[in-house]
Design a protein around this ligand. Structure first.
Ligand SMILES: [Zn+2]
Length: 340
């Protein structure tokens, strides 16, 4: 046991480049913090984890967000979903700075916490960037969910060549437009004078497929050419529009999805939809891609309105996300905003 402890301490001193005395103080501090519930060796391992130093050869580096476990090292490629402003703190005389990023891969989202000089990274990183993180470590947040912390050994590489191509794209698949506003509501409980944005988790029941899924927009302002009277429309831009029926068990509502929201639901960019439509010589071909979406559950955020002509509630959707991802993003966003 003592030999193990000594070797962990030696590794800590070597890798952290901190004096042995300081390492011993950290270990003692950790033991006190945990009211003596851990052994010297246990405390040393915890300190090692906190410093991002690997002491247990059995710990495999997490390569995907879903594999993150507190204590495990991290080596992964993810996409930047949100960049938060750097904050400076002055806690009982200890000054420093910290910044958070929200990152995403095919398996989920997580927070990346950058301390000290690394926090400056948020001045370069942008939403949509691909980020390669190596030699970082995982800690549990206050609710026990894993998040990635960067230490002075961590390497952050922005947009590494040829990596991260398969990562979900921000925007195109509904992951960019965050449902960070609005309250989750049930369709059956929507009232006629609804004003605030809403979030509805529901199943796609039907696509109203009798009209073209494209409409012409003004190149200047992006509005429908029927609405824009200010600009020249000799050249227009095609945009997507989908009308669907969704059901959350409490009721059904018609929903209209324009542009990005339609792209998200279809999982197809407007350019690709145009190509497909041109190739088939018929815009209605797009609906062939919608059969797989029937019955699927999504999170829709947008505004509910009463249509007095048809005397029914309708939903104009701003963004669509897949259920798990949306939930996670929402939770993390709320939490990050509370910390501000
Ligand atoms: Zn216009």
């Amino acid at each position: 046991m003592q030999a193990d402890f000594d070797s962990v301490v030696r590794k800590l001193v070597e890798d952290s480049q901190l004096p042995r005395e300081e390492i011993m103080n950290l270990i003692d501090g950790k033991k006190k913090e945990l009211s003596g519930l851990v052994s010297d060796l246990g405390a040393a391992h915890i300190i090692a984890n906190e410093l991002g130093i690997q002491t247990l050869p059995s710990l495999k580096a997490a390569g995907k967000i879903e594999d993150l476990k507190p204590g495990s090292p991290v080596d992964l490629v993810a996409r930047v979903l949100r960049v938060y402003e750097k904050r400076e703190f002055d806690k009982s005389g200890r000054k420093g700075q910290v910044a958070n990023l929200l990152i995403l891969d095919e398996t989920g989202t997580t927070r990346l916490v950058l301390w000290g000089v690394l926090a400056n990274f948020v001045e370069t990183a942008q939403v949509g960037d691909i980020l390669k993180i190596s030699n970082a470590y995982v800690k549990a947040d206050r609710e026990g969910r894993p998040e990635i912390h960067a230490s002075n050994r961590t390497r952050l590489l922005l947009n590494p060549e040829g990596e991260g191509r398969t990562l979900p794209e921000v925007g195109a698949k509904g992951v960019g437009a965050l449902p960070s506003f609005g309250k989750e509501r049930e369709i059956g409980a929507l009232s006629e004078n609804e004003t605030a944005p809403v979030i509805i988790r529901a199943n796609v029941m039907k696509f109203f497929d009798t009209r073209s899924p494209f409409y012409e927009t003004c190149k200047e302002c992006g509005r429908s050419i029927n609405t824009c009277a200010e600009h020249d429309h000799s050249e227009t831009k095609r945009a997507l529009i989908l009308n669907i029926l969704i059901d959350d068990g409490s009721g059904t509502i018609r929903a209209t999805l324009f542009k990005q929201a339609a792209e998200s639901l279809l999982g197809m960019k407007t350019e690709d939809a145009e190509k497909l439509s041109d190739l088939a010589g018929n815009p209605m071909v797009i609906y062939a891609a919608t059969t797989k979406l029937i019955g699927q559950e999504r999170v829709f955020s947008g505004r509910a309105r009463y249509n007095s002509v048809f005397e029914r509630m309708e939903l104009v959707v701003n963004s669509v996300s897949e259920v798990n991802l949306a939930r996670e993003i929402e939770k993390l966003t709320k939490e990050l905003e509370q910390e501000k």
